[in-house]
Write a protein that binds this ligand. Structure first.
Ligand code: HXC
Length: 260
């Protein structure tokens, strides 16, 4: 466990699950460069040096994240944005192979909604509110909102949300398919950690490849996607996880994937 005094991101490890709590309360967890770099660095470090099988990213009871830091962006020029390739470090976040669950209570606005969508799975508390309000700032979503939201909930809802900037409550987000499940605010974190623990107990290879196959469904034509899946399925027959999983079923016991 690390509780550095000025950390923008708090890390708590329980077993094979790392809980990352955004901790920039004074700015409603707005994603300035410092927070972004810290979040990504901590996750990369944990992935490289520990046995973490799943991340849970959360905020506090009122705010998940109010978006990209408007104060940091405000005075930048177009040339600066292009030269810095502003927001490009987030590619390192999405490249993290370990599954990431967003546990969202309260506001997930702009970059906050996009951060949740860069995770593999979103669970929400009843108070969760999702929006892409960038249109009200004279810009558009810049960390994947127009692409991931559209793939997630379809063109009609994405247009509705992104062009009006309106708020979408947890129930609508669940009905639309943005959010996997909604819990009471009080039980959200417990449920997210429970799911994360469950994922972390599966075979690492099968989890990583299942995740990659689902991600490929967003990129590939169906025939290619099905072929990718089948080849991955075939290749898993060279894994110890397949031997253990199938042997455990035949022997009527629980599989133990912990060593793989
Ligand atoms: C920087 C922010 C911020 C943000 C809030 N704050 N959101 N600072 N960037 N995105 C700061 C406020 O300036 C204020 O600082 C403090 O946090 C508390 O916020 P308040 O507005 O006073 O709180 P409240 O009245 O409770 O309203 C909460 C809120 C509102 C509804 C969430 O803060 C809000 O609408 N925020 C902006 C949401 C948004 O537009 N997000 C999209 C950002 S753009 P002080 O110093 O006054 O105490 C984006 C993608 C950009 O994410 C892509 C295009 C380039």
């Amino acid at each position: 466990e690390t509780f550095e005094a000025n950390a923008n991101v708090r890390v708590e490890i329980t077993g094979k699950v790392a809980l990352l709590t955004l901790n920039r309360d004074q700015a409603l967890n707005a994603l300035n460069s410092a927070l972004m770099q810290e979040l990504i660095a901590k996750m990369q470090q944990l992935e490289a040096n520990s046995d973490i099988g799943c991340f849970v990213i959360t905020g506090n009871s009122r705010v998940f994240c109010a978006g990209a830091d408007i104060k940091e962006m405000q005075s930048k020029s177009c040339q600066q944005m292009l030269a810095e390739d502003y927001f490009s470090p987030w590619e390192r976040f999405t490249a993290i192979k370990t599954p990431k669950i967003a546990a969202v209570c309260g506001y997930a606005l702009g970059g906050g909604c996009e951060l949740a969508m860069m995770c593999d799975l979103i669970y929400a508390g009843e108070s969760a509110v999702f929006a892409q309000p960038e249109i009200n700032l004279g810009v558009i979503p810049g960390i994947g909102g127009t692409q991931r939201l559209t793939r997630s909930i379809g063109k009609a809802k994405a247009m509705d949300l992104i062009l009006t900037g309106r708020y979408m409550a947890a129930s609508e987000a669940e009905q639309s398919g943005l959010v996997a499940r909604v819990f009471t605010d009080e039980t959200l974190l417990e449920e997210a950690l429970f799911a994360a623990q469950s994922i972390s107990e599966k075979g690492r290879l099968s989890v990583a490849l299942a995740k990659e196959a689902i991600e490929q469904s967003m990129e590939l034509p169906l025939t290619q996607g099905l072929l990718f899946e089948r080849r991955v399925f075939h290749s898993l027959f060279a894994s110890e996880a397949q031997q253990e999983g199938m042997a455990a079923f035949i022997e009527k016991r629980r599989p133990s994937f912990t060593q793989f």
